[in-house]
Design a protein around this ligand. Structure first.
Ligand SMILES: Nc1nc2c(ncn2[C@@H]2O[C@H](COP(=O)(O)OP(=O)(O)OP(=O)(O)O)[C@@H](O)[C@H]2O)c(=O)[nH]1
Ligand SMILES: [Mg+2]
Length: 242
């Protein structure tokens, strides 16, 4: 595969992932990519643990932040760090093994041919394992609703497993995005569609985490629905098809 640790940066936000991070770093450093862990001063010591590794392994970098500032903000800071350090391709990935390494290979393989590659649970070959019915329905209907409200052709707007070229990030002015939870992924996707970027969806299988606690909260879900309604309304009033 034509990727390298000089060009590809996997950005991994962490908050209390001490049960996952050691194994996760072990697995990801087998691939020829650089990684940046963006840790929000995790009380469980995730950041301190990564700090030690980053001092010994060049491929591993750490961006420490003062406290829990949210996922969107972690990606904004992570992308900024990567752009300042000359990386060309940026991959978003969770630290909790919800995203499979075999799917990462496919995203990496496509990363140079498309502006944006989205790992999608809602195209043939994609799916999720381990979620209860409530969570499955929530995710699936949120994505169906997003498609209609935002008049979008993307099937998995909330997916957090994707790649962006640095050119795309700059073109969509990623740093001025405002949202933090699921809506961060939706907001980034809308901007990519508005800029008519070349987006490829590839199937992924999402696995429910087996270790550590989810940071998903009711607040994050409400934020996403509110965001969808506001932006859906804007889009329908403008009658603009993206
Ligand atoms: N730096 C940082 N990382 C975060 C924050 N919130 C979540 N994360 C990390 O972002 C990734 C995704 O968060 P999860 O808690 O798994 O949320 P989720 O995947 O939406 O929820 P589950 O499917 O229930 O696991 C994980 O690696 C988290 O540790 C945050 O506020 N700051
Ligand atoms: Mg997760």
């Amino acid at each position: 595969m034509n990727i390298s640790s000089n060009s590809h940066l996997v950005v991994i936000p962490t908050y209390n992932e001490i049960d996952n991070i050691e194994e996760f770093i072990k697995k990801i450093t087998e691939i020829d990519v650089s990684i940046l862990v963006v840790d929000d001063n995790s009380p469980d010591g995730t950041g301190d643990f990564v700090q030690q590794i980053s001092e010994n392994i060049e491929q591993v970098n750490l961006l420490k932040r003062s406290g829990k500032l949210g996922l969107g903000s972690a990606y904004r800071d992570g992308f900024k760090w990567g752009i300042n350090n000359g990386y060309k391709y940026f991959i978003e990935m969770d630290a909790d093994f919800s995203h499979r390494f075999e799917d990462l290979e496919i995203i990496l393989k496509n990363s140079k041919d498309f502006d944006v590659v989205i790992g999608s649970r809602y195209i043939p070959g994609g799916g999720s394992i381990g979620w209860d019915l409530k969570r499955k329905l929530l995710s699936s209907y949120a994505n169906k609703l997003s498609k209609v409200l935002l008049r979008s052709k993307i099937n998995d707007m909330t997916s957090g497993f994707r790649s962006y070229s640095n050119k795309s990030l700059l073109e969509i002015d990623y740093f001025s995005t405002k949202s933090d939870g699921y809506s961060f992924q939706i907001e980034m996707t809308i901007r990519c569609l508005e800029k008519k970027l070349n987006i490829k969806e590839v199937p992924i299988i999402f696995n429910e985490r087996s270790l550590g606690n989810s940071k998903m909260s009711r607040k994050i879900v409400y934020e996403a629905f509110l965001f969808l309604l506001q932006n859906g309304l804007k889009r329908w009033l403008n009658i603009k098809i993206i």
